[in-house]
Ligand binder design. Structure first.
Ligand code: NDP
Length: 279
């Protein structure tokens, strides 16, 4: 391996420590409500992780567990109740929701000022316009990793691989705001490898295990791997073939221990940001 490792775990730990100090100095305790519908085991793990991280930072976290069979109307009523609760600064509805419930209807009802996931159309629109918004946690985490690693963005060629509303699209807006020259690639892109080779900064968020190969990387490029993929043998890998790419890249994030921990740290930061703006 020749690439420098960008240690997301350490960078996130430092962020959380600084946040804990900030929260301790506040005259109030920020509140985060996490809504979990049903018993999807992966969602339950994510929610528990978020809840514990929030409590450790001094944020008052409450997990609201609702049955899988809940109606959309009842879930919307729960969101409305949280919108109206002055002790709640941040609301996060863990996705995916059961098929009988329209996720869009639920997200659209969340008070944009409490939308710590940054998924509400108002926040997405503000971000797209380059105006202050609550920004989705994973792309925000990617930007903080780049900053902490000292990666210059202005004028440089960045490629975002993936155009989902929770990672790819908001990341494009953030990179543009940082004056990068941004290309977005997706499943219809012709000659993905050639697009990747042009990138000085490559962010992969596709959900395809080890799709990005070593010969797709420009020597010295920065590679950020958002992907989390579980292989049949139980191993967790990213969207980037790590060993091959690390032999060519200038710096690279591991999976696990790269973007994942930053997502949690940014959720906590968004909660504090929302609390300070509201109160
Ligand atoms: P989505 O499935 O919503 O989006 C995937 C994107 O990748 C789409 O834009 C899709 O293109 C594109 N894509 C899929 N296959 C290919 C292909 N063969 N070639 C080129 N592009 C392709 O995924 P998410 O954005 O939600 O997540 C992406 C990955 O990031 C997943 O592994 C997920 O687990 C991980 N993740 C990690 C987080 C973290 O905290 N570290 C948080 C959130 C996600 P098209 O639009 O054309 O279909």
């Amino acid at each position: 391996m020749t690439a420098r490792l960008i240690d997301g775990k350490a960078i996130a730990a430092a962020m959380r420590e600084a946040l804990t100090t900030r929260v301790a100095a506040l005259p109030f305790r920020p509140g985060l409500a996490v809504v979990l519908v049903g018993d999807n085991p992966a969602s339950a793990v994510y929610v528990r992780t978020k809840d514990r991280a929030a409590e450790a930072a001094g944020i008052a976290a409450a997990t609201i567990r609702l049955p899988a069979g809940i109606t959309e109307a009842a879930l919307l009523a729960e969101v409305a109740r949280l919108n109206a609760d002055p002790a709640v600064d941040g609301i996060l509805v863990q996705l995916p929701l059961p098929q009988s419930i329209r996720a869009e209807a639920v997200i659209d009802l969340i008070d944009p000022a409490k939308d710590v996931d940054g998924f509400h159309p108002r926040n997405a629109g503000l971000l797209a316009l380059g105006r202050p918004a609550l920004v989705p946690c994973t792309p925000l985490g990617v930007m903080k990793l780049l900053e902490a690693a000292g990666v210059a963005l202005s004028g440089r060629r960045a490629l975002v691989l993936g155009r989902s509303s929770i990672v790819g699209r908001p990341l494009v807006a953030l990179l543009l705001a940082a004056d990068a020259t941004v290309t977005v690639a997706h499943s219809r892109t012709r000659d993905l490898a050639a697009e990747c080779r042009r990138a000085e900064i490559l962010v992969a968020a596709v959900g395809r295990a080890e799709m990005v190969r070593g010969d797709w990387i420009s020597p010295g490029a920065t590679v950020i791997d958002v992907g989390i993929n579980r292989l049949a043998d139980g191993r967790l890998v990213g969207d980037v073939a790590f060993a091959e790419c690390a032999a060519v890249a200038g710096s690279i994030t591991p999976v696990p221990g790269g973007v994942g921990p930053m997502t949690i740290a940014c959720l906590l930061e968004n909660t504090v940001t929302a609390a300070l703006r509201r109160r």
